[in-house]
Design a protein around this ligand. Structure first.
Ligand code: AMP
Ligand code: MG
Length: 420
């Protein structure tokens, strides 16, 4: 522990840290939590698998019919002319036909029914004509194995069905059920405690006194943290007083794997986060080469990973998605850590000054040519939270660039990726 923050960037004259470098340092400094829990499938929805799941059966477990029709021996089917086959029984899904199909015979079969012994092919019912106890099969080409779904075609016994680190979505729950797995081992929920700092903050639902603003960060944070793999704890608004900030940190660090705060990380006179953290943990204060979101504190408080996010609401969301979410992904054992980035054509000129990477709020849509194009939401101040709500992506303008020109390809991060 040190009394002064171990910083690279508290001094405003010091170099800015790039977003990429910041994310790298953060990912190197956090590790996956080890605690796991065993859950029934439904309770595991959205959670992160902590060990690979290996199939103990073939899926499908037996060869079966892909169609309603007739199970036949392909060798009985004619190369020319027609043949009649005697129907000796029926096979329904869940009710197999018990005997063997012999020469000149066939079995009425429904989709999903076990392919009877002796048969190797299913003729679609639309392709044969039925006369009393027989079917008449024209010489049309019958391919051996037609309309048969083979055992193990989807998953083979012994196959790894899902790797560790996979989030269990709808398809994964279905897949696990298909191999008969009823319980899975997942990473225990990551505990994240958060609070806002600032004497100017009033909570929604109370009247505003002159000089106050409503605390929006705690609500946006609650929204961003409400994920199946997270248990979040809202510790409220902490006033800008040394003792209150210190107590809040102690309490948060004792209950959580990760502590998040907003506000108080710049160099204002009432910014006690900086000071308190030097006493309670090991924290770096970084000046990020990004806009919005220049000041960022990162480190440890007690055993918890700590992020001191800026105060302005858009900066909070931008830094959360660039730095906190990748850390959450790593700590919960997920594999894809970095935000998804795609290219889109800018439908306007985008202004910026060289120096910091900008995360402009964008609206991504398909142009008349079917290609992705993106435009900004308009004014880009870090206090304009409405811009986040209107947007469906960030437009990333590299630090060194002086903007983009209409028609340029620019990199965007769709917000949708942030929900996984
Ligand atoms: P700070 O970093 O504490 O100086 O805050 C920077 C700006 O963000 C100031 O204009 C604050 O009023 C504003 N701010 C800080 N915390 C919040 C919050 N929880 N909700 C809305 N705005 C905030
Ligand atoms: Mg403040």
């Amino acid at each position: 522990m040190s009394n002064t923050p171990t910083d690279c960037c508290a001094d405003p004259g010091q170099k800015l840290l790039s977003v990429e470098q910041g994310r790298k340092r953060i990912l190197a400094a956090v590790s996956a939590i080890e605690a796991t829990e065993q859950l029934h499938l439904r309770a595991a929805l959205g959670r992160i698998l902590c060990e690979p799941v290996v199939a103990r059966i073939d899926v499908p477990p037996f060869a079966n019919s892909a169609m309603d029709g007739y199970a036949v021996r392909s060798e009985d089917c004619p190369d020319s002319g027609a043949v009649t086959l005697e129907i000796i029984g029926s096979a329904f899904a869940g009710a197999p036909f018990a005997e063997r199909v012999g020469a000149g015979q066939c079995v009425r079969i429904m989709t999903g029914a076990v392919l009877p012994d002796g048969a190797d092919t299913v003729l679609m019912q639309e392709h044969v004509s039925r006369e009393q106890g027989q079917i008449r099969c024209e010489h049309r080409a019958v391919q051996q194995g037609q309309n048969v779904r083979y055992a193990g075609e989807d998953t083979r016994r012994g196959d790894t069905v899902l790797p560790a680190g996979r989030r269990l979505g709808a398809a994964e729950l279905g897949l696990l059920a298909s191999v008969g797995v009823a319980e899975v081992c997942v990473t225990r929920k990551l505990r994240v405690a958060f609070f806002s700092t600032g004497d100017e903050l009033a909570s929604a639902g109370t009247p505003l006194v002159r000089g106050q603003i409503y605390d929006s960060n705690r609500y946006a944070l609650f929204g961003m943290l409400s994920r199946p793999e997270i248990e979040c704890y809202d510790l409220g608004v902490i006033p800008d007083r040394r003792e209150a900030v210190r107590t809040a940190f102690r309490e948060a660090a004792a209950m959580a794997d990760m502590v998040l705060t907003t506000g108080g990380v710049s160099v204002g006179e009432a910014d006690y986060v900086t000071e308190t953290l030097g006493e309670l943990g090991e924290i770096s204060f970084w000046r990020m080469a990004m806009k919005p979101g220049k000041p960022l504190a990162f480190g440890h408080v007690g055993n918890a990973v700590f992020f001191g996010l800026p105060g302005n609401p858009v900066s909070v969301m931008a830094t959360f998605y660039q730095f906190v979410l990748p850390a959450i992904r790593k700590m919960t054992g997920q594999q894809a850590l970095e935000p998804l980035m795609i290219q889109a054509r800018s439908s306007q000129n985008l202004k910026k000054a060289p120096g910091r990477m900008e995360f402009q709020r964008g609206i991504l849509q398909r142009g008349s040519d079917g290609q992705w194009q993106v435009s900004t939401t308009g004014l880009q101040g870090s206090h304009l939270l409405s811009s986040m709500s209107r947007a469906n992506c960030f437009i990333l303008l590299p630090a060194e660039d002086a903007g983009a020109t209409e028609g340029d390809l620019v990199t965007v991060q769709p917000f949708q990726d942030f929900s996984t």
